[in-house]
Design a protein around this ligand. Structure first.
Ligand SMILES: NC(=O)c1ccc[n+]([C@@H]2O[C@H](COP(=O)([O-])OP(=O)(O)OC[C@H]3O[C@@H](n4cnc5c(N)ncnc54)[C@H](OP(=O)(O)O)[C@@H]3O)[C@@H](O)[C@H]2O)c1
Length: 323
């Protein structure tokens, strides 16, 4: 089978299309024939070596496809099922081995592209808005990269929960997309200071929660945009990791809460996974949640997808399609 492998960490040019034997599932695993694989920033982190994995590694953390075969102890799915998953590595390939407990069945009227696009960023938006800081009517939040894959879904879920939502974006076109997702105010941070804007929009108070996927370049101002006892949910680092800091800053800026959460810790049981994935896929099926699939690339062009994602050229989901 074909797969995209990284033999040594580095730039997108280190991603190679290679032929490898199709694997067989272990007792609790399934072999999935991939139809579409999501592209996520976490794949970039593995490619550059920021997140560690044994080499060579097959990139990709999310996909949708058909179960080809299952191991002897698998009860969750059967051969022929249409399934989707997130947070199991190796999806930039024609086939992937996935722990069966991580697979969810795709509702009949949801296609593979939609399902692959929904899982990782959708469940992330779900845990951030429903668990990390469970938003309620009237809460205020700031979402960075509000036209982005994760950001656009956080905005939509925050609006579903009745929050007032501000979103940062780098361009006018991304501001238009963020408004389509539902932001009450799109803040063009390349032209206006977002902290000053948030203070102005909240009458000097600050927001209840900041969902920050940008990291290094936004961290301090995100803290300064919070009301006393507000929360910074620092869930990504698209601009680079936040450098070490003095924890006293959380006190001086208003007895703040800071968390650095991961999806892996918010789908710890099968029940929790099915809750989040079920909500996301059902909202997508009913049209309540709109996925913006920005670009699709053939598997062989995965490196182009990484260049576009890292180059801030994208606004929504990137998918690799497998013939
Ligand atoms: N912890 C978790 O559970 C979890 C799960 C999913 C994703 N994430 C994280 O969420 C982040 C967003 O992921 P995504 O796949 O949805 O990507 P994305 O937000 O669609 O793309 C990244 C966006 O970040 C903004 N950005 C600001 N500074 C940047 C820089 N220096 N380099 C690149 N982008 C920059 C850009 O938007 P503007 O042009 O508008 O600035 C860019 O389009 C990633 O850091 C990812 O690791 C975390």
């Amino acid at each position: 089978m074909k797969s995209i492998q990284v033999k040594e960490t580095g730039g997108p040019e280190k991603m190679e299309l290679v032929d490898v034997p199709t694997p067989s599932p272990g007792p609790k695993q399934a072999l999935v024939r991939i139809a579409a694989s999501g592209v996520n920033f976490i794949d970039v982190y593995f490619r550059i070596g920021l997140y560690k994995a044994d080499l060579p590694l097959t990139l990709g953390s999310e996909a949708a496809g058909t179960v080809e075969a299952v191991g002897s102890e698998v009860t969750e799915v059967a051969a022929g099922d249409r399934v989707a998953y997130a947070m199991a590595r190796g999806s930039y390939a024609e086939y992937a081995i996935v722990p069966a407990a991580q697979l969810v069945r795709i509702p009949d009227h949801v296609d593979f592209h939609t399902a692959a696009a929904a899982m990782l960023q959708g469940m992330t938006a779900h845990y951030l808005t429903h668990s990390t800081w469970p938003l309620k009517k009237g809460d205020t939040c700031l979402v960075h990269a509000a036209a982005g894959g994760a950001g656009g879904l956080i905005v939509q879920m925050a609006k579903m929960l009745g929050a007032r939502v501000f979103g940062t974006v780098s361009t006018e076109e991304k501001a238009r997309i963020a408004r389509e997702h539902g932001v009450d105010e799109a803040i063009l941070y390349t032209e206006r200071d977002f902290e000053t804007e948030v203070k102005r929009l909240t009458g000097g108070r600050g927001v209840d929660v900041v969902y920050d996927s940008v990291g290094k370049t936004t961290f301090e101002k995100s803290l300064s945009s919070l009301r006393p006892r507000g929360m910074l949910a620092l869930f990504g680092q698209s601009s680079g990791p936040v450098p070490p800091f003095d924890a006293a800053i959380l006190n001086t800026k208003g007895s703040l809460f800071l968390t650095r959460p991961s999806l892996a810790h918010h789908a710890l049981t099968r029940e929790e996974l099915l809750w989040r994935a079920g909500d996301v896929l059902n909202w997508v099926a009913s049209g309540q949640l709109k996925l913006r699939i920005d670009r699709t690339y053939p598997l062989a062009e995965a490196a182009a997808a990484h260049r576009d994602l890292e180059g801030r050229k994208t606004a929504g989901k990137l998918l690799l399609t497998v013939p």
